[in-house]
Structures are given as C-alpha cells and as structure tokens.
Write a protein that binds this ligand. Structure first.
Ligand code: ADP
Length: 492
C-alpha cells in the first residue's frame, strides 16, 4: 500500500501535516493500485511509496483542469493574486519542513534546500504581484472609422513537467505565472523527487485554489504522461524543464497540434577568467557556479577557461577551496556537496574523467567516489583540458571542474560558442570595453559578468539554440501563458 515512511516523517517539525502526501494527487481518481518508490539518495532509505498514475489519471486531471480553468480565468486579477499570496505565505511558514522533504528526496545540503524553498516562495510573490499587471494596448488605426486594440488572455490548460534537481523552485517557477495569467495546470514532477511538489500542492489546497485549478500527477513513467499531455487537445501549452533529448521529443509530440511549448533544457556553460579579472572573486564565483547542488544544475559552469596570465594562480586557489568542500549527507551540518541523484550520474562523471585522463588531462584534486554508502563523488578539479575531451562537449552534471588554459580572448569566445547549447555563460574581467564586447558576442540567454550566481525571480531565465524556447521569471515569464488577441471594431 502507498504511504509516507517514518524515515521521512522523523525529519519534519509537523509530520502530521505532511503524513498524507501519498493521497495528494489521488483524491477521488481511479487508480489501479500500482505504486512506485521514492528513496533518499544519501542513505538508500525508502521515503515513500506513491500511487503510480498513468494515462487515465492524466486524462481525468486534464478534464478537471479544463472545467476549472474557465472559472479561474473569469475571476478578477486581484482575486488570483490574493490566492497566490496565501500560497506564498504558507510556503514561507513551512519552509523548514519543505526543505527537509527536499533534502531527503534529492540529497542537497539542508541550507541549499532552505534557500531553494525561499526562491520558490519568491516566484509566488513575484507573480502574485504581476497578476495585477497584465496590460493590453490600443493602436492608432489607419482609418477613422475603426478602432484597434490588443487584449491578453490566459492560454488555457497548461501541462508542466519538472526535473529532480530543483524540485521546489521549478514547480513554483512554472505554475505561479500560469496561475497568475488565469490558466489551470497539470503538473508531473520528476519521479525521483515528487514529495516536495506534493507538499507544495497540499499547501496550495489550503491557500484556496478552486478544485481542479492545480492538479498533480505522481508517475514513474514520464513518457506515458508526457504523451497524453502533448496529444490531449484540451491542453494548450506544455512547459518543460529537463534534458534536451526529452525537450526535442516533447516538441515533436506537440507539433501535430501546433501546441505552444516553453522548454528549458540542457546547457554547457563556459566560465571564462580573463587576465584582467579579480582572481579571488573569480574563484568565489567558480565555486558557486560549479559546485552548487553538487554541479547538478543546468547553469553549472561546465568548462572553466582561464587566460594564461592568471591560470596558475587561479588553478591553485580554486583547487585549495575545492579541497575544503565536505561531502556527505545533506542533513549533516557543514556539508557542501550532497550525493548525486543516482548511479547513472556516477557513471557519467567517471566516464568524463577517464576520457580526459586518457587524452592528457591531470587531476588536481578528487577524481573518485567518496564512499559513505550513497552516490557521493569527490569534488574534482582537472587541468590540461582540451576542447576535444568529452567533458568539454557534454554537460557533466556533477562536481567536476575542468580548467582549460587559453591565450587569445577572441578565440576563447569562439570556443565558448562552439556548442549546440546556449543557456548560461559567465566571465570575469575588469576592462569595460572587454566586458561589453564579450557580453555581446557570447551566444547565451544569460550571462553572469563578475558573478557566479544570477538566478532571480525578477530576471528572464532561459536559453538560446538547443537550450530551449521561452523565458521563465520576470514580466516575460507571464507572457508565456498569455495569448494576444487583436480586436478590430469597425463602422464607427
Ligand atoms: P534527467 O535526465 O535530468 O532526469 P529528463 O529530461 O529525463 O532529465 O527528466 C526531466 C523530467 O522529464 C522528469 O519529470 C521526467 O520524468 C520527465 N520525462 C522523462 N522522459 C520523458 C518523456 N519521454 N516524456 C515526458 N516526460 C519525460
């Protein structure tokens, strides 16, 4: 039978409040009795068995969302905003428990989980405010007998699929603008990390969203749910964050109905340190951009290019800092690097290191699994890296920092751009002319200049090239959930 295990509940301040997470998605729906397991990647402990939903439950959720959407869209913007505010407050009030659920199912250090929950709450706050600021426009008509204007309306039911690496903030980032715009949503969280989404949905019910406006699908088979969301005509838009491979597939599946998509996909972020950079600041930035979430973020620095004048100083200072990062269970104090999400992630990082060593790379620190029984890997720095190595071409998604020495500033920008991805890039420099030149030449949706951290609810997050379509966060994130309608009134 499904249920939440004591190995999760013992971490919570209010276990009674979250003890029924297995029922959050199931209310009243037909369910065939199949379950799937959610485990703690640090310890392997079973956290929960959840009802495993499939196509039929997805269809029921879509039907329910379709009915609820009309009523939700007909409310005043102020009303939608007030409900989002209540949800925001409930999330803040339960930060500790949400963060504990997140650390238990995903592994990240508890302080990072707390910071993620406050980031999730910040999206709710931002879109509670933006809900009141949906504007249209009037146009000066080319003839005097007509008036022309543009109104914005909610796109309709939105299917959303989220990944495991930021299981709370991705949920908030997708569904808060959709709800602000007047859409209803059906969300399928990643099978590894569905519990924090379940806890957020339990709080959404308390916040007072009408029945059917927010719908959660727990499922172990993302593909089946994804096919239904893409092929069901009642769903007007898909918003997905995850791998480029699955993003391409969803886009193909949506093409039959010319369904709108927002995709936030993989990256291969360059992090460039020029000779005129503040090296200590660059080391700080690289630690954040590389090792946050154990390197498991789509904006993780994947290739560190360092100009020859500061290369050795940077490599020495950076390696010293990396050596001091402690690896372990995210619930233990002082831990900087939690486990990787699964054994496949270990296989990938080991393959990248072996390929680099075989082609002449050198290990400065780390390079091995860190023991502790879970999927832990030592934070690793490699030098003597070249762009032919696998780790420079593919996203590692782990705590591996390869340093590539460069001489020519123009050549490094060409190399940085020589990838199918275009999500995030970072660089450190002080010469203003260089700063503008490089910022304009890099083909990336987001550029961190003298900073290793740039995500914010106030800024448009998203990529160019095969890193995705559309933006999340900021006023632009709201537009993704609005249709533009042109009204032309004649005979005046
Ligand atoms: P990762 O490799 O990082 O897990 P994925 O793109 O596979 O990234 O997963 C991101 C999200 O997409 C998860 O919620 C997962 O269940 C879902 N997913 C995986 N495969 C498919 C698919 N074929 N169709 C729809 N969703 C999918």
């Amino acid at each position: 039978m499904p249920g939440i295990n004591s190995s999760l509940l013992r971490h919570l301040k209010q276990p009674e409040r979250f003890a029924a997470l297995d029922r959050v998605a199931r209310q009243g729906d037909r369910w065939d009795g199949r379950v799937f397991r959610v485990s703690n990647p640090s310890t392997g402990e079973l956290l929960a068995e959840l009802p495993d939903m499939g196509v039929e439950q997805t269809r029921i959720a879509i039907d329910r969302a379709h009915v609820a959407q009309a009523e939700w869209a007909a409310r005043t913007a102020r009303d939608r905003s007030d409900t989002l505010w209540r949800w925001h407050q409930l999330i803040l009030d339960h930060t500790d428990d949400l963060a504990a659920i997140l650390t238990a199912e995903m592994g990240k250090p508890l302080p990072e989980a707390v910071s993620e929950v406050s980031h999730a709450a910040a999206y709710l706050q931002w879109y509670a405010e933006e809900a009141n600021r949906i504007y249209g426009e009037t146009i000066s008509a080319p003839s005097t007998d007509r008036r022309m204007l543009v109104i914005k309306q909610p796109i309709g039911v939105v299917g959303t699929i989220t990944p495991w690496n930021f299981p709370a903030s991705m949920v908030a980032r997708k569904i808060s603008p959709a709800l602000a715009a007047g859409c209803a949503i059906v969300l399928k969280p990643a099978e590894q990390t569905p519990l924090v989404a379940g806890a957020m949905f339990a709080l959404a019910a308390e916040a007072g969203f009408p029945d059917g406006v927010v719908n959660l699908i727990y499922a172990s088979d993302g593909a089946a749910v994804g096919r239904e969301l893409c092929s069901n005509r009642k769903v007007r838009k898909i918003s997905f964050t995850g791998s480029t491979e699955v993003g391409r597939l969803l886009m193909r599946q949506c093409s039959d109905q010319v369904k709108k998509v927002s995709l936030e996909l993989g990256g291969n972020a360059p992090f460039i340190v020029f000779d005129d950079a503040d090296v200590d600041a660059a080391v700080d930035g690289a630690i954040q951009a590389k090792f946050r979430n154990a390197g498991q973020t789509c904006v993780s620095a994947n290739r560190l290019y360092v100009q020859s004048g500061v290369h050795d100083e940077f490599a020495a200072k950076f390696t010293a800092r990396v050596r001091s990062l402690s690896v372990g269970d995210g619930f233990e104090p002082g831990i900087a690097i939690g486990p990787l999400i699964d054994t496949q992630a270990l296989v990938k990082i080991e393959a990248h290191i072996a390929d680099a060593i075989q082609k002449g790379g050198a290990i400065c620190c780390g390079g091995r699994q860190a023991g502790h029984g879970g999927t832990f890997f030592e934070p690793t720095v490699l030098t003597d890296i070249t762009s032919e190595m696998l780790l420079a071409q593919e996203e590692t998604f782990g705590p591996l920092a390869p340093i590539i020495r460069f001489e020519d500033p123009d050549q490094v920008v060409r190399e940085a751009n020589d990838t199918i991805y275009g999500l995030a890039a970072y660089f450190y420099a002080s010469n203003l002319k260089r700063v503008w030149h490089v910022a304009e030449k890099l083909e990336y949706g987001m550029i961190g200049i003298n900073t290793g951290r740039m995500s914010s609810e106030a800024a448009p997050f998203g990529g160019m090239k095969q890193s995705g379509i559309g933006r999340e966060g900021s006023r632009h994130g709201l537009e993704e959930y609005l249709e533009m309608k042109y009204l032309c009134m004649g005979g005046l």
